[in-house]
Ligand binder design. Structure first.
Ligand code: ZN
Length: 109
């Protein structure tokens, strides 16, 4: 019976999207976000399954040099990962958003 299989699957991983039981939550974040595409801000508390949380922790441990190397590797393979440039100085919809990275804010990661 499908009902028995879904009982207690009240949470979902915010990375892979799989339904999970509360006891299967392996990590969660809490904080504010800025959605630059939709031009809105808010608060969120995404939860993650063990596989996604482990991958996120590994990415956070790596430095920016690793991230640049990964991007170069993907670009060499022909992937299109270029990020559109935003004009944050003249676009009035973007002037109220704080674009500082965690390092700029002195928080670090
Ligand atoms: Zn997941």
């Amino acid at each position: 019976m499908p009902i028995a299989l879904t009982k207690g699957l009240d949470e979902k991983c915010c990375d892979c999207g799989i339904a999970i039981h509360k006891k299967e939550i392996d990590g969660e974040l809490e904080g504010r976000y800025a959605d630059y595409g939709e031009h809105e801000q808010g608060g969120m508390r995404p939860k993650f399954c063990s596989g996604c949380w482990g991958r996120i922790k590994e990415i956070l441990k790596k430095d920016q040099g690793d991230a640049i190397l990964k991007r170069k590797e993907l670009e060499r393979e022909g992937a299109k990962h270029a990020i559109a440039q935003l004009d944050t100085f003249t676009d009035k919809d973007l002037t109220g958003i704080d674009f500082r990275t965690p390092d700029d804010a002195g928080v670090g990661m």
